[in-house]
Ligand binder design. Structure first.
Ligand SMILES: NC(=O)c1ccc[n+]([C@@H]2O[C@H](COP(=O)([O-])OP(=O)(O)OC[C@H]3O[C@@H](n4cnc5c(N)ncnc54)[C@H](OP(=O)(O)O)[C@@H]3O)[C@@H](O)[C@H]2O)c1
Length: 330
């Protein structure tokens, strides 16, 4: 299986990484732990060597499930998690008001102080049941904490062997450049899909020029780019897609027209699915290192992993790019 270098770190990742947000349940209308564990195992069996999670995904639940799934096969998989989004204290920058997994109001805060990072790292190691985190990523920038302090805490963890590489997520090139003055940054995790291209010529290409891996999130546009979402499709209560602009009937119709015209024929020619062609395109895009494909069960995990076997021709790659680049945002 082809492996890709995570910046200047020692890590080598498969181009598709298992995304473990939805299996936390929270903001995704619930989850089935048994199916999630089967999904993670199916992904590893299918050759995927990395999983991305975060403490805030289900308020610890996703990390617990990942820990349970990889028990006994830790050496087959890299574990990527994050710090800096807190649901359980009052400090830091306001991120957003929402409801917790029990439906009670809660404020999520960004906190990248040294104390918070060291505490969160211990909590994550315990929930995951591991001795060291392979890639530890700042989830969102916290404008109440100097980046010098954040990077000092992360390099301390690196020196102690608690983490093996440092990443950031949702950071601008300017922020990453400042971080680099204080220590190494091995990866960046921005949003990217064929429909959400705002970071492509920005932080993604900047990182490519600076030897920093781009591990992109929501490449399937949360399921829309699988072609399975039709106008009127109903998500469970509490699923954040009920509120997302791409999922209005008009937008779903508009996107599906391009999927039908462009992605489906290419998928048929490759004996593949629309989701697989979307992922194959994403990991073939030159400045992108890895795509975090979220999955809830073994079928999705296997389907997404098999996208690593697909090689698109230059013509297919350009046809898809031109068709999607022409779609206006929601
Ligand atoms: N750093 C950040 O701020 C940030 C933000 C978002 C995500 N992430 C990371 O990126 C990962 C991926 O992003 P994402 O989960 O938002 O979106 P995504 O990967 O674009 O979509 C995942 C969802 O699409 C559906 N799906 C996946 N594979 C499918 C298949 N083969 N066939 C049909 N449906 C399929 C599943 O939901 P249903 O079955 O319910 O339709 C799944 O939960 C996350 O798990 C997380 O690790 C990071």
């Amino acid at each position: 299986m082809e492996l890709r270098q995570i910046g200047t770190s020692q890590l080598q990742s498969t181009p598709i990484v298992f995304g473990a947000w939805a299996i936390g349940g929270w903001m995704w209308g619930g989850t089935d732990d048994e199916q999630a564990i089967e999904g993670i195992n199916a992904a590893i069996d299918a050759g995927i060597n990395a999983i991305d999670t975060a403490p805030v995904y289900g308020f610890g639940h996703s990390e617990h499930v990942v820990g349970e799934a990889i028990r006994g096969r830790r050496d087959e998989v890299l574990v990527y998690t994050k710090c800096g989004l807190r649901w359980n204290h009052e400090d830091g920058q306001h991120h957003y008001d929402t409801t917790d997994p029990e439906g009670k109001p809660v404020t999520i805060r960004r906190d990248l102080t040294r104390d918070s990072i060291l505490w969160e790292c211990e909590q994550s190691l315990e929930r995951l049941g591991i001795d060291s985190i392979d890639l530890y990523q700042c989830h969102w920038p916290d404008n109440t904490t100097p980046l010098r302090e954040t990077m000092a805490a992360l390099t301390e963890l690196l020196d102690q062997g608690m983490i093996r590489a440092i990443g950031v997520s949702n950071f601008t090139p300017e922020m990453i450049e400042e971080c680099l003055a204080y220590g190494p940054v091995h990866s960046s995790q921005p949003k990217f899909s064929l429909l959400s291209r705002e970071n492509y010529d920005g932080v993604i290409s900047w990182c490519h020029d600076h030897d920093i891996a781009s591990i992109v999130y929501s490449p399937l546009e949360q399921g829309l780019l699988t072609g399975k979402i039709t106008p009127g499709y109903e998500f469970a209560e509490g699923d954040q897609r009920n509120e997302r602009p791409w999922f209005t009937e008009d937008n779903v119709r508009r996107v599906n027209a391009v999927i039908d015209e462009v992605l489906r024929p290419i998928a048929q020619a490759h004996d593949a699915t629309v989701a697989q062609i979307t992922l194959a395109w994403t990991i073939a895009a030159p400045p992108i290192t890895c795509a975090l494909a979220g999955a809830r069960n073994a079928d999705q995990a296997r389907e997404n992993a098999a996208a690593m076997q697909i090689e698109l021709s230059d013509e297919d790659f350009e046809t898809i790019r031109d068709a999607f680049w022409a779609i206006e945002g929601p």
